[in-house]
Design a protein around this ligand. Structure first.
Ligand code: SF4
Ligand code: SF4
Length: 556
């Protein structure tokens, strides 16, 4: 049973909306069918699109990697069935722009033959980073509709552990029942996936929040926790109020914590994952199966046989609807997602992608109801309904005036686009469209700014480099000149020295010459004078012989 003693909190605003849920929960989840052709957009997640690693004509098996992640915030893509890659080309994708983007097209062979998988029966001994890698390699993204790569949110970052892992099973938007049916039929997988995520995050406690309009799901989930959860998981029935399924709203309801403006739940020690993501994590870790299919709610007054079905990713929407009963009368509007936050599809020739949780067919009457837009009467109803405590009429005013600075001062980026303000607006102003427009404008401006900043940085870097080169060249030139001057002065010094030596030698020679001239005063002597000199020399010689003792004399 659920924990009735557990204290719950509430958030500002919100709406009690008619659920319209019963129409799609009457029968079990239908099994997937294999369409002839699967269309796989490379962009199926928040972040960078994946990068194809297969070529046209290549045969692929179910679960085989066909496009790898391109960067950290990106997710790989796997073949949803076996067949041949027939094309890699531009195709319409489910996007508000209604534009085309690159897709891998697989022509199925009908055999649905799996690639060799590597199951891992026990996760308890696996390192958290190994678990994250396995979840990343399986291409799992948030299946609640956001599409953020799940492995990133399983990294506690600089924290060694987190306080709470919150599993979002609120499914608050009208008409959508895929999480409800998943819980009813696959509760054990969800609980085991939750335990794996708790292990990866070292989460101290784990809280699963289910809105109280899903009594069957609450019961089977509680039973599954008793069987598998070892008391580590709390199943909590929370009041049915739109948009409790918003990440920040469910965290507030279950923990009382509020993430800072433009901050992350992780900033408050909490991580939140969708219940469908938990089941996909179980499949990836325990059975080694990548994300190749998901449960989708097919519903609305415009659909003949509403229900929930497992669908291969890449299945064309028109074929899926046709296969499951088709449209009822003339369809007015086809929405991917719910009536509050979904996107209106311009065509049903687009494929189902990883984030497709619902296809809602509205009749022409539903689609055209209340669409006469009138001026804002400043009634303040939008402000009262806003679950984020924003001032929607101010945001509208600044978006209308294209004042992108002012609108950010009013925390535009905290807006979760829940649509509560539009729903209550008596003037039928499509407020969320204005907010989306403003966000897109600001992102475009930021991209432009980043581009021009990069260009300016490149230019400044080039100027700096040229200046540096100029300085270095000048310095080299200066050094060369100095070296040249130095060698010239050395040469001069050597020269001076040489000249001084030559002058000294000349002086010596001059002196010698003078001496030899002086000695000439013995020339032209008379015979008598010569005789006297000879006698004097003899005497001197004799004296010298007598005065100088021999070596023998000194020894004796
Ligand atoms: S609810 Fe509509 S009319 Fe009322 S203040 Fe908000 S935007 Fe204006
Ligand atoms: S769409 Fe944005 S502004 Fe409007 S109620 Fe929701 S959070 Fe508030």
């Amino acid at each position: 049973m659920t924990d009735s003693q557990y204290k719950l909190w509430s958030f500002h605003g919100g709406l009690h909306l008619p659920g319209h849920k019963k129409m799609s929960t009457g029968q079990p989840i239908g099994k997937y069918f294999i369409p002839e052709r699967l269309i796989l957009p490379l962009q199926q997640n928040i972040g960078e699109p994946s990068e194809p690693i297969v070529s046209e004509g290549e045969y692929v098996l179910k679960g085989q990697l066909i496009a790898r992640a391109n960067g950290y915030i990106s997710a790989p893509l796997h073949a949803p069935t076996s067949g041949t890659v027939s094309e890699i080309t531009e195709q319409l994708i489910p996007h508000p722009s209604g534009l085309a983007a690159t897709c891998i097209i697989i022509k199925s062979d009908g055999l649905d033959k799996w690639v060799q998988l590597s199951p891992h029966a026990s996760y308890e001994n696996m390192d958290p980073s190994a678990l994250r890698n396995r979840i990343r390699d399986a291409g799992i993204v948030g299946l609640g509709g956001a599409g953020f790569p799940s492995f990133i949110k399983l990294n506690p970052g600089s924290r060694t552990s987190i306080d709470e892992l919150v599993i979002n099973a609120a499914e608050c938007e009208p008409y959508i029942t895929c999480d409800d049916m998943l819980m009813r039929e696959h509760a054990d997988e969800i609980i085991q996936g939750t335990l794996i995520m708790q292990h990866a995050l070292h989460a101290r406690q784990c809280l699963i929040g289910v809105e109280d309009d899903k009594p069957e799901a609450l019961k089977v989930m509680s039973d599954a926790v008793k069987r598998l959860g070892h008391g580590q998981i709390k199943i909590l029935a929370i009041p049915t109020l739109y948009p409790t399924g918003g990440e920040k709203q469910i965290i507030k309801v279950l923990t009382g914590k509020e993430a800072p403006s433009q901050g992350l739940p992780l900033d408050t020690g909490t991580v939140c994952h969708n219940v469908g993501t938990a089941a996909a994590v179980y499949q990836a870790v325990i059975h080694g199966r990548p994300l190749v299919s998901r449960i989708i709610t097919l519903t609305g007054q415009g659909i003949k046989t509403p229900g929930n079905h497992e669908v291969l990713i890449g299945t064309p929407v028109n074929e899926f609807i046709e296969h499951n009963g088709g449209y009822h009368n003339r369809i007015g509007k086809l929405i991917m997602g719910g009536p509050m936050m979904g996107i209106s599809l311009a065509s049903d020739l687009v494929p189902v992608i990883k984030t497709t949780n619902c296809l809602l067919g509205q009749t022409q009457q539903e689609a055209t109801d209340n669409n006469t837009v009138m001026p804002c009467i400043r009634c303040g109803a939008c402000m009262d309904a806003c679950p984020v405590n924003l001032l929607p009429q101010q945001l509208y005013w600044y978006a209308f005036a294209r004042d992108m600075d002012k609108i950010q001062d009013y925390n535009l980026f905290d807006c979760i686009e829940c649509g509560c303000c539009c729903y209550v607006c008596p003037s039928n102003i499509p407020l969320v469209q204005y907010y989306r427009f403003a966000k897109t404008e600001i992102w475009a401006q930021e991209r432009e700014k980043k581009k021009s900043d990069r260009a300016r940085n490149r230019h400044e870097f080039r100027l700096e480099r040229l200046e540096k080169q100029k300085k270095e060249r000048g310095e080299r030139l200066r050094k060369k000149k100095a070296a040249l001057n130095k060698s010239k002065s050395t040469d001069k010094k050597d020269n001076d020295k040489q000249q001084a030596i030559a002058a000294a030698l000349t002086r010596v020679r001059e002196k010698q010459k003078q001496h030899s001239v002086i000695s000439k005063n013995t020339d032209n002597l008379t015979a008598d004078q010569k005789k006297k000199i000879e006698d004097a020399d003899k005497r001197r010689q004799q004296n010298n012989n007598e005065k100088v003792p021999s070596e023998e004399d000194s020894d004796s």
